[in-house]
Structures are given as C-alpha cells and as structure tokens.
Design a protein around this ligand. Sequence first.
Ligand SMILES: O=P(O)(O)OC[C@H]1O[C@H](OP(=O)(O)OP(=O)(O)O)[C@H](O)[C@@H]1O
Ligand SMILES: O=c1cc[nH]c(=O)[nH]1
Ligand SMILES: [Mg+2]
Length: 219
Amino acid sequence: MKIHNLSKENSVLNCFLSELRHVDIQKDAMRFRRNIERIGEILAYEMSKRLTYQSEDIQTPLGIHTSKLPKNDLVLCSILRAGIPLHQGLLNYFDQAENAFISAYRQHKEHPESFEIVVEYLACPSLENKTLILADPMLATGQSMVATFEALKAFGTPKEIHLVSVIGAKPGIAFIKKHFGKHVNLWIGTIDEHLNEKGYIVPGLGDAGDLAFGNKLQQ
Ligand SMILES: O=P(O)(O)OC[C@H]1O[C@H](OP(=O)(O)OP(=O)(O)O)[C@H](O)[C@@H]1O
Ligand SMILES: O=c1cc[nH]c(=O)[nH]1
Ligand SMILES: [Mg+2]
C-alpha cells in the first residue's frame, strides 16, 4: 500500500486538523463538518495529481485550447455516518464521480472493548474497471474499511483503489496493509500512534460521527 500522509508537509491542512481535534472548537458541529469537508477537498486535490490524464480540445470564444483532463471513471464510496462531510469535500472537486454509500457501525458486545462491524445499507453502481475512492474520516482499527471493501466486491473489480481518511492510527494502518495490495493508495491527513482499549484513536479527536451529527443510542 502506498501511504500519502499529508501532515508530513506544512500546509493549511494542519489548521483544519487542529480545529477538529481541539476539545472546545470541535463542539461547533457545523465547523467540525466543514473542516472535514475542507480536508476532503485537499485530499481530492492531492489525489487528482495521480489520476490518468488525456488531452482534450476545448473551444473558447476566441480559439481552441488543448487541456489535459483526468479520464478516470471515479466511484466515490463513503462510510456512514461520519463519511458524509468527507464525501461532500471529495465530491466538490470530483463532481463528475458516481457515488456509493455504505453503513458500517460498531455493534458493542457485553464489554465496551469488544465490538463487531455491522454492514447494513449499501447502494453502489458497478465498480468494474472503475477507480474506487473509499472514504471514512477515522481509520482506527481498520475493521470498517476492510468490512466495507469486502461488501463492495459483489459490485465488480475496480482497476484502481484509493482509500481516503482524515486521521488514522498506526495499528489500523498495519491491519489494512494486510488486506489491500501494494498498488492501493492511502491518502490521509495524519497518523496517530495509538488506539485506546475501546478502539479510539489517541490523541485522535473523539467520536467523529457524534461530533458531526450528535450522540446516538448504543445498540
Ligand atoms: O477503523 P474502525 O475501528 O473500524 O473505526 C472507524 C469507524 O468508526 C467510526 O464510525 P462509527 O462506528 O463511530 O459510526 P458513526 O459514523 O455512525 O458514528 C468511523 O467513521 C469509522 O467508520
Ligand atoms: O477514534 C475514533 C475511532 C473510531 N471512530 C471515531 O469516530 N473515532
Ligand atoms: Mg461514531
């Protein structure tokens, strides 16, 4: 897997990341969602440099300009709920993409530390020979990303795969590396060291879905 960790370079991305993490600023849910969306836009821009381009003649009012334009058939798939603002950020730039949505949530057992990933809702176009972009802002244990990808296999074989996330944890990245081939790209805002006993990224930012959309009852 090729990992593109954008926080390795100084950029305005770090401002958006630090606002997402900040215990007071993150209480403003609208700002929280917009910061995830802005990071989605930055990740889309960086990823766009690695797509396949072809020349196309564009008629202007005064002549013809030959532009190099991306020719990939993109399918943008996001994991609900927290993936919604990240999806919007990616779609702001990849506005011609087809779209897929999948729900994956942690179903907790008797102990808060143990959970399994439940995939229920899935709406997806054909993925055959397309460029799949699979997005989820939090890559903690990596189980949601892997469970989602397994569910998507029924929709065809993409010719290119890009995973997109805002904050990842080293153990989760090690886990997904085992499941995705070496040609798969991971575009990520930043990578933290640890997971706590409940599978949350430390220092991370807390629960992205709840911060974006409010608390939910545990099932
Ligand atoms: O890498 P993992 O250990 O699988 O954890 C990451 C998952 O946790 C979050 O979703 P959550 O289950 O909180 O659902 P929500 O978006 O509905 O809040 C996040 O958006 C990922 O989907
Ligand atoms: O740190 C984490 C882990 C999973 N889901 C989140 O929203 N945050
Ligand atoms: Mg959540």
